[in-house]
Write a protein that binds this ligand. Structure first.
Ligand SMILES: [Zn+2]
Length: 162
């Protein structure tokens, strides 16, 4: 069983993250069960920001984008392109009248227990520079265990362990 809700301590800019079951089902199809015989998958996390900024805020991940043919995908690396992902986000954003927004990034790892690489931390840092003061979710799908964290500016927040 994989988690689909996470709570954070009071020092975190976000109190909780929810992931809709349909999102987890999509991610499940891209887990690297074949380890290095499969390429990493990547996409963006989409959903709603609820509550007040910096206070009782929670994020509801309602959808994701899936790997697009312009993404560069290798067994232990990936480069997500904007093509496809951006168009999907724009469409949902428009349809929902702005309710559905960009919430962060996801990708898969050829590991049982997903752990971020130094490249992941570097890339997330770059991504966050484009969203000052806005907490983003970063999610890594492992084969048996996923990793998730929130990053706002320079700080990473990890969920409370259950
Ligand atoms: Zn990674």
């Amino acid at each position: 069983m994989f988690n689909n809700s996470w709570e954070f301590s009071s020092t975190s800019p976000v109190n909780a993250v929810l992931m809709q079951p349909s999102v987890l089902e999509k991610i499940d199809q891209w887990r690297q069960k074949g380890f290095l015989s499969q390429a990493e998958a990547c996409g963006i996390l989409l959903g709603e920001r609820k509550g007040f900024k910096g206070k009782e805020q929670y994020l509801n991940i309602t959808d994701i984008t899936l790997p697009y043919n312009t993404d560069i995908r290798k067994p232990t690396a990936y480069i997500r392109n904007t093509e496809g992902h951006q168009a999907y986000l724009d469409e949902l954003h428009k349809q929902s009248k702005g309710r559905i927004q960009y919430l962060g990034e996801w990708h898969s790892h050829p590991q049982n227990v997903a752990t971020p690489s130094s490249i992941d931390y570097r890339e997330w840092h770059k991504t966050c520079l484009n969203f000052p003061n806005l907490p983003l979710v970063f999610y890594i799908a492992g084969v048996t265990e996923d990793w998730m964290g929130i990053q706002a500016d320079q700080s990473i927040y990890l969920p409370k362990t259950l």
